[in-house]
Write a protein that binds this ligand. Structure first.
Ligand code: UDP
Ligand code: MN
Length: 382
């Protein structure tokens, strides 16, 4: 206190000190003003967002249900740019195609890493089209994926976006949880939320993204992925998802009870006329149609799935492909059936487990194979 009193007395007695003090206060005020208007963290964050937002805005907002817009803004945090653009921004290319690949828990899983390497390198080798990848995975797996892509890139033009698998699962938890209940057992291989993302992915992808190919990692391309993308053009009005038939009699087995009670049913029958069931390793997702389809969205949100499981005595275990299969039994037209050559599955497990006699009715796939799918860890033919 004594010091303050002494300072006041000094200031009172000295005109020069009074002037100095006023100047000092004025300087402090000026410094504060400058600091406030500088690039603080808040303004930097704003800059980042102003860069991201236009890309996420729909091109034709009037044609899109506004509830999705809200949802989109709630969900932008699941999507992060790897900052690894090899060219211009994402939506300026008409000839660019969009691909989602699931690649999760890859740390120290060298078998999965090798599968991914084969998948991407064969894809790159066969195409000149620019590809925008969305990788679904954890942070470590995303990094591994990106390194592999750069390693195997054949001068291809591509861009990578990250979709955080945990955030996705959290955002989509309600639906996924319900589906897990019907289509898997706890602890089973396909019980991971990862295997259910495809059926609700339209609810989190940017609205500018209209159509996307969604792939497993255990694939090998023998043709240009651009040709696959063009098959969207073959969809009929009511088709919202393109998917190939399952090439083993899995669903003949699963629906045995229904088939017994309903002789002559197409359920579980082989191609070309049967409702054979699907394999989800290669999917063409028309996101716009998935968003807009009241039927499809009511089927994932309501108890309709439960009713279908009851009607067809269904106990599943194969994740999303069980869901698509079950829907197709009553709503066949939701699906465009992808030619077998675009998802030539190689697994022959059921041939050796009771179905040798009719196995080839399901397994045969003639003409040039465009994509091999090494499911159940089956090696690719050399
Ligand atoms: N997957 C993954 N991490 C895993 C297991 C699976 O990312 O730990 C992805 C991967 O893309 C894989 C896909 O999920 O290709 C589906 O699994 P998988 O191909 O093993 O099933 P299958 O085709 O043999 O039924
Ligand atoms: Mn697979």
């Amino acid at each position: 206190m004594a010091v303050v009193r002494m300072f006041c007395r000094l200031v009172k007695g000295s005109r020069a000190l009074q002037v100095l003090l006023v100047a000092f206060v004025a300087f402090l005020l000026y410094a504060f003003y400058v600091w406030k208007n500088a690039n603080t963290f808040t303004t930097i964050t704003k800059m980042i967002y102003s860069d991201v937002e236009p890309r996420l805005k729909p091109k034709h907002p009037e044609s899109i249900d506004l509830s999705f817009l809200q949802q989109l803004h709630d969900d932008t945090d699941v999507l992060t740019d790897s900052g690894d653009d090899d060219g211009d921004s994402q939506f300026e290319h008409d000839d660019e195609i969009y691909v989602i690949i699931t690649f999760s828990k890859a740390k120290q899983n060298y078998a999965l890493q090798n599968k991914f390497r084969t998948c991407v390198s064969s894809m790159f080798y066969q195409t000149r089209t620019r590809i925008m990848f969305y990788i679904i995975g954890d942070d470590v797996s995303q990094n591994i994926a990106e390194n592999i892509m750069h390693e195997v890139s054949n001068n291809n033009s591509f861009q990578v976006m990250h979709l955080d698998v945990h955030l996705l699962a959290k955002k989509l938890n309600r639906t996924i949880f319900k589906m897990q209940k019907y289509f898997t057992k706890p602890g089973a291989y396909y019980s991971d939320p990862l295997f259910f993302l495809s059926l609700v992915i339209h609810r989190v992808m940017p609205l500018d993204l209209h159509r996307v190919i969604m792939l497993d990692s255990d694939l090998k391309f023998r043709s240009d992925i651009n040709q696959l993308y063009r098959l969207f053009g073959e969809f009929k009005e009511e088709n919202i998802i393109g998917i190939a038939r399952e090439m083993q009699p899995v669903y003949r087995h699963t629906f045995w009870q229904y088939r017994k009670n309903n002789p002559g049913t197409r359920v579980g029958d082989p191609p070309p006329n049967g409702l054979t069931g699907f394999n989800s390793g290669v999917l063409l997702l028309d996101l716009d149609k998935m968003r807009k389809s009241d039927l499809y969205n009511s089927l994932i949100d309501s108890d309709a799935v439960f009713n279908l499981t009851e009607k067809f005595y269904f106990k599943g275990h194969l994740g999303d492909q069980d869901f698509f299969t079950l829907l197709s039994l009553d709503y066949e037209n939701l699906f465009y059936i992808l030619p077998c050559t675009w998802n030539r599955q190689l697994c022959e497990w059921w041939r050796h487990h009771g179905y040798a006699d009719i196995f080839d009715e399901y397994f045969t796939c003639k003409s040039h194979i465009n994509i091999y799918h090494g499911n159940c860890n089956t090696p690719f033919p050399v």
